[in-house]
Design a protein around this ligand. Structure first.
Ligand code: GTP
Ligand code: MG
Length: 444
């Protein structure tokens, strides 16, 4: 997706970059080209107009034309507008209850949009994050739908709730939820039926299922390949049922990207995930910045370095260095470092940006799952525990393991690893030779 639009944007940005001076006409021409590129990508007309007008307003302002590097300023404006269009910095995380309650996720959308696949992917992802998940087969329209979900559930290692012979999806949902509560399942994902077209029957059915299940997340599953019509349909679902977010599937397909670029702005609800393939692991959290970077054709090593530097600014580096030297680097600091890695982007994207890394280093090499667990473990600790890891005795370890959905052995492992690395840090930081290397690495 976005290949064509990215090509155009790269060209537009290139003509302006490096110019010592750009005129008002240069800006107007560039914005005109951007407009055409967006329209060619099948972006909603109103969205295009708004984008173009606000870009023009800002780009014609004093700041750009008289700046030292107007081309760069212009690129920055377009990038910022694009990020905003895609959702800005809003929080797209699923809003689920804690693990001591049962959260409900309801998936809905047209036929073939990817609901069942998304249910499967989501089940696997949440299970990996330590949640106890149950899938619910509430698509009673398509004959093979139940079997399809059962097969997928087995693949993901997640139970699938069905009532053979039942005709009413609302009843299935209701009973599934009470069974889930009884079985201490913390996350229920309901897969519903789709229809070729929007029709009353589908809406009425979904409304009833939503009413009995009272979902924490009502996710509209949209097929990116359907372009603008996905946007209209999403609007309809928002009005009739109410949606809390969107899963945009088939992001890996060769489409122009109009749906992706219009949905957020027209529907007013965040895109939470994108489906990037048919396999279980092909579900990614949607990051506006990353997509904007891709569209503007900036997905190269430069942006990786920039991002890295943004996150690890100098003051931060100095602060860390002091902490490490004084041996006061605590679990809270460690958690913050792990969270920063998240902000830099998914491992996959990271690997894509490092020349030669893709194919040679796998995500597994990066031990991501372990890091996810470590984050969960630290988040289950109190502030006091985070800065005084030595007080974490057996009963606290038990509580932390329970709270984070991990085992005591995993908590032990993290604490041991942390202790070891603190010792290492101290050694390194009090050795002047290493100190210089560290400063160089941090760009100091
Ligand atoms: N390439 C690609 N294919 C996908 C993606 N998501 C779903 N598919 C494929 O799209 C087809 C339809 O997916 P389903 O999950 O069955 O769609 P559904 O919405 O449940 O369909 P109905 O139950 O018939 O309404 C399947 O062949 C999936 O493999 C994706 O992100 N990328
Ligand atoms: Mg289905």
């Amino acid at each position: 997706m976005f290949d064509s639009i990215a090509g155009k944007f790269t060209g537009i940005m290139r003509t302006l970059s490096g110019k010592g001076k750009i005129s008002e006409k240069n800006v107007r021409d560039a914005v005109e080209e951007i407009k055409e590129a967006l329209l060619d990508a099948d972006v909603n007309l109103r969205v295009v107009r708004r984008f173009v007008n606000s870009t023009l307003d800002e780009a014609l302002g004093e700041k750009v034309l008289s700046s030292v590097d107007p081309g760069q300023q212009f690129t920055k404006i377009v990038y910022d507008k694009m990020v905003e269009l895609l959702g800005g910095t809003e929080n797209t995380a699923l809003r689920l209850k804690g693990k001591d309650a049962t959260s409900i996720i309801l998936l809905m959308g047209l036929q073939g949009s990817g609901k069942t696949t998304a249910a499967h992917k989501l089940a696997w992802k949440l299970k990996k994050e330590g949640r106890r998940v149950m899938l619910v087969a509430a698509d009673l329209v398509r004959p093979a739908a139940i079997t399809q979900l059962e097969v997928l559930g087995e693949k993901a290692g997640v139970p699938v709730f069905t009532i053979p012979g039942e005709k009413d999806p609302a009843k299935v949902a209701e009973q599934a939820i009470s069974k889930a509560r009884h079985d201490l399942i913390d996350t229920v994902i309901i897969d519903t039926s789709g229809r070729m077209h929007l029709d009353e029957a589908l809406m009425e059915e979904i409304q009833r299922v939503a009413k009995v299940s009272r979902p924490d997340e009502t996710l509209f599953v949209a097929d990116a390949m359907t372009g603008q019509s996905a946007v209209d349909i999403a609007k309809e679902f928002e009005e009739k049922v109410g949606i809390s977010g969107v899963i945009l599937t088939k992001f890996d397909s060769d489409t122009r990207g109009g749906a992706a670029l219009s949905l957020r702005s027209v529907v007013g609800k965040p895109i939470k995930f994108i489906g990037t393939g048919e396999k279980m692991e092909d579900l990614e959290v949607f990051h506006p910045e990353r997509i904007a970077t891709r569209i503007l054709g900036m997905g190269d090593i430069v942006s990786l370095v920039e991002k890295a530097q943004e996150q690890y600014d100098q003051a931060e580096a100095e602060r860390l260095q002091k902490k490490m030297a004084k041996n006061t680097f605590d679990l809270q600091d460690y958690l913050e470092q792990l969270e920063k890695m998240d902000k830099m982007g998914s491992a996959d994207k990271l690997l894509e940006m490092i020349p030669g890394a893709k194919g040679n280093i796998s995500e597994e090499d990066l031990h991501l799952e372990e890091l996810e667990k470590e984050k969960a473990i630290i988040r289950s600790m109190t502030r006091f525990e985070r800065s005084n890891y030595r007080i974490i005795g057996p009963s606290r370890r038990k509580r932390i393991a329970r709270g984070s959905g991990t085992s005591v052995a995993e908590v032990n492992r993290l604490l041991k690893k942390f202790e070891k690395s603190r010792l290492m840090m101290k050694k390194v930081m009090t050795n002047s030779k290493y100190q210089a290397a560290f400063q160089k690495m941090m760009g100091m």
